[in-house]
Design a protein around this ligand. Structure first.
Ligand code: SF4
Length: 286
């Protein structure tokens, strides 16, 4: 067993609620739904840009972000109860849920535990106005039958920050390959699921090539950057060391406000302007 496997900690623990009312950046959603606390994609230098690292929740357990994951063992029961309350009080037709805001609901442990899958089954029975699944994991394909059944009540937002796997390996090494994630997007879309490609945060790319790939794989594209989307015009991303990382890798021209312009133009030309949305407003356009 490798040293990193020995150090990683997986904990099953009951939670007090399944749905959390939103605020701030996510205020357009009614609730967030995080089946896990912590995220294994952040382990070993993965996702160094992850803003969750700066939140109180990132210190729920000893050890760096990514080295531990807490699974909410009673998630299904809690969600069932909370959805029943929303139904009883007539709020389901206006309820929108983001799964997830501070973890990846389809990280590796989900393969064994099936918490996100169980949550989907509950949501399918109650059918709130809209669920957005935010993930970078091809494991979401496992639940394709449930996703199809949700129909217009569902949007899957799949993170693909670049079309260049060299860039992906340099900046987000624990993330699945670009080819594999685009394949997932195509499979979901071909199954009738509405797919958003979340280019967030945008990383160095070949705009025209990326636009062609996106047009084949997704219903729409969301573009966000370190400067538009971190809530502080890039300060938080700099504090996470992203400016330094980009300088070290020779990518500095991509770490400036406006670096996304060429990609935005290419995407609009390839997909049509109505299928390209930007930053927070786009994220909340559900
Ligand atoms: S997958 Fe998302 S939540 Fe997990 S470490 Fe990466 S950016 Fe953070």
């Amino acid at each position: 067993m490798s040293a990193c496997l020995i150090m990683r900690r997986y904990v099953l623990r009951p939670a007090t609620r399944a749905l959390t009312p939103t605020g701030g950046f996510l205020k357009g959603f009614s609730f967030t739904l995080n089946p896990y606390v912590g995220c294994a994609f952040g382990d070993n230098g993965g996702c160094p840009f992850c803003y969750v690292r700066t939140l109180v929740i990132a210190h729920s357990e000893p050890g760096p972000w990514g080295s531990w994951v807490i699974a909410k063992s009673n998630l299904r029961e809690l969600l069932e109860r909370e959805m029943a309350t929303l139904e009883r009080t007539g709020r389901l037709p206006t309820t929108t849920i983001l799964m997830s805001s501070a973890t990846d609901p389809y990280q590796g442990w989900e393969r064994q535990l099936g918490l996100s899958r169980a949550a989907l089954a509950v949501i399918l029975r109650y059918r709130p106005r809209r669920l957005m699944i935010q993930t970078r994991s091809p494991l979401v394909e496992r639940d394709i039958a449930l996703l199809r059944e949700l129909g217009a009540h569902l949007l899957v937002s799949l993170t693909v920050e670049t079309d260049d796997d060299v860039v992906r390996r340099a900046i987000a090494p624990t993330s699945p390959s670009i080819v594999r994630r685009l394949q997932t997007a195509r499979r979901l879309r071909d199954a009738g699921v509405f797919v958003q490609l979340a280019i967030a945060p945008m990383m160095p790319n070949s705009p025209k090539r990326f636009a062609r790939l996106a047009a084949e794989a997704a219903n729409r594209v969301l573009i966000d950057t370190y400067f538009l989307g971190d809530g502080s015009n890039g300060r938080r991303s700099c504090e996470l060391g992203m400016g330094e990382t980009y300088r070290r890798l020779g990518y500095e021209r991509w770490f400036v406000p406006g670096a996304e312009r060429e990609l935005v133009e290419a995407m609009k030309a390839e997909l049509g302007p109505e299928r390209v949305v930007m930053s927070r407003d786009g994220f909340l356009a559900i």
